[in-house]
Design a protein around this ligand. Structure first.
Ligand SMILES: [Zn+2]
Length: 141
């Protein structure tokens, strides 16, 4: 017998049904001049119909890119450039799973972080931001 926490046990049965997973939408892609339908995710901003790929393995999904505008020598440089990416038809050690592409310096050197590693890095950033704030607050006026 399963014992639910009080908050879940008090809910009507209709709300305890888990909805089915959302299927990715089908979009057009072009491989060797042939239009095909591929599953694509809501987070993907790439227009797959605009590129003619040599191989299906060249197809990748890419989310919106974000960056931190950091002050540098009186100007601004973008660092911590990140986006969700996936190469669904590549059969490598990651089995085509989505990952966070991270370019820490903004110079094009990227690291691919799986979800757990990306969350751990985000936690490190939050802690680092708190330390920067603390340094700034402790500066003499
Ligand atoms: Zn896509």
């Amino acid at each position: 017998m399963t014992v639910l926490p009080p908050t879940l046990a008090q809910q009507p049965a209709a709300t305890s049904v888990t909805p089915p997973p959302v299927s990715p939408r089908l979009v057009a892609a072009v491989v060797r001049g042939q239009r095909i339908a591929i599953p694509c995710f809501d987070w993907c901003v790439r227009d797959h119909s605009k590129e003619d790929l040599a191989f299906l393995e060249d197809l990748s999904h890419e989310g919106e890119e974000i960056a931190l505008a950091a002050p540098e020598f009186g100007g601004v440089t973008e660092v911590l450039v990140a986006s969700i990416r996936q190469w669904p038809f590549v059969n490598d050690e990651d089995r085509g799973l989505p990952y966070l592409g991270l370019d820490a310096t903004g110079e094009g050197e990227a690291e691919n972080l799986q979800k757990g590693a990306a969350l751990a890095f985000a936690d490190q950033l939050v802690a680092h931001a708190a330390r920067i704030r603390q340094l700034a607050e402790n500066m003499p006026d």
